[in-house]
Design a protein around this ligand. Structure first.
Ligand SMILES: Nc1ncnc2c1ncn2[C@@H]1O[C@H](COP(=O)(O)OP(=O)(O)O)[C@@H](O)[C@H]1O
Ligand SMILES: [Mg+2]
Length: 353
């Protein structure tokens, strides 16, 4: 009780952009990228590439999985007290810097490290004839492990003051190691703090020990079908979920997200219990932008849990907000989230568990 924050997000911060390949971009990148693949590029390359496609970009949005979740939470008008732990570099587009954007959303930035001289994370998707080339630049996010090490005690205290901590991935090898230590210390200091974890595909498929440690600490592990298979090794859903839930404290949940609904798994003694929460999928032809839809699911889930709702109602709000997000580009539909939230509140039923 007496938490200072309702939800604190922890994750990489990126500029996400999708643009058609321009002749200028092609010339610039000749020899340095493999077309049709995903490649890491340096700051100078990504900065120059952003300049050649600017104006033509069909989507430019600040992102990063946890940022997307916090952004959605800030928009639902539920009076949630929010914070963010990450590293903010310089955005390669005009406009308000990252820290200012978070503060404008009402998000506390006391544990955000500002690196204005370094380029932020950038994820630039260049599209040509349906083929997609992804340029990934981790940028300032690569300083996260150092940030956590230097501020270890302060970050532990900050996160321990949160009702819910929502954790998403970083690209470097060191951050998950330090982050697992940080979150283990948070668990010690504040056992009531609920940990939600959305590893995404790269972490789920990494097979790395610190990612497994993070999944074991988490009270809610949020996965799509591919990620469940990757994180739980092989086998059917039940087998994979059981692998994840066999360890860790009681009352943990694995959420498996599919268009037809979400299946939650939890262990009750030696038994694994599964519950399917169905929904009407959004027809494919109505989906405008699916990028970050899972992050909006996380926002709905944690908003409901922060308000004291039970698991089923949390899943329902997550799915309702996701369906709303899918029919809008980036966060253009977010002004409509308060109405989605209110409709959910009107239909929310107390959870018996
Ligand atoms: N047509 C659809 N109707 C309803 N929900 C959908 C549809 N397509 C995808 N979803 C939901 O969108 C979310 C995508 O999550 P995820 O795979 O983690 O994507 P991302 O990581 O890009 O945000 C899941 O919650 C999934 O159930
Ligand atoms: Mg996802």
């Amino acid at each position: 009780m007496g938490f200072r924050f309702d939800v604190v997000g922890v994750g990489a911060l990126n500029l996400d952009s999708i643009a058609p390949v321009s002749p200028a971009a092609k010339a610039l990148l000749r020899g340095s990228v493999a077309w049709g693949a995903e490649g890491r590029v340096g700051a100078a390359t990504v900065d120059a590439a952003m300049r050649t496609v600017q104006g033509a970009a069909v989507r430019v949005a600040v992102g990063g999985s946890a940022y997307n979740t916090i952004n959605a939470l800030a928009h639902i008008d539920a009076g949630l007290r929010l914070g963010y732990v990450g590293v903010a570099g310089r955005l390669p587009v005009p406009g308000t810097p990252l820290a200012g954007r978070l503060r404008a959303l009402g998000v506390d930035t006391g544990m955000l490290r500002d690196e204005p001289r370094e380029l932020s994370g950038v994820c630039l998707s260049l599209v040509e004839d349906g083929e997609r080339t992804l340029l990934v630049h981790p940028g300032a996010n690569d300083r996260m492990a150092a940030h956590l090490e230097v501020e270890f005690e302060a970050v532990v205290e900050y996160l321990s003051a949160a009702r819910i901590v929502h954790v998403t991935s970083f690209l470097d090898q060191l951050t998950p190691v330090v982050l697992a230590d940080v979150l283990a210390a948070v668990r010690e200091r504040s056992p009531e703090t609920v940990l939600s974890f959305d590893p995404g595909h790269v972490w789920a498929a990494s097979g790395s020990a610190p990612v497994t440690a993070l999944a074991t600490l988490a009270d809610h592990v949020l996965l799509n079908e591919r990620e469940l298979q990757a994180l739980g090794t092989t086998g059917d859903d039940t087998w994979a979920a059981d692998r994840i839930l066999r360890v860790g404290r009681p009352g943990r949940f694995v959420h498996v997200k599919r268009p037809a609904g979400v299946t939650t798994f939890t262990r009750s003694g030696p038994l694994l219990r599964a519950r399917f929460h169905p929904q009407h999928p959004v027809p494919v032809e109505r989906v405008v932008d699916a990028t970050g839809a899972g992050d909006v699911y996380a926002a709905g889930l944690v908003a409901a849990l922060a308000g004291g709702a039970g698991l089923h109602d949390g899943v329902r709000l997550g799915m309702a907000m996701t369906r709303h997000k899918l029919v809008h580009l980036a966060d253009a539909g977010h002004p409509g989230l308060p109405a989605v939230f209110r409709a959910w509140q009107d239909g929310a039923t107390p959870d018996p568990s």
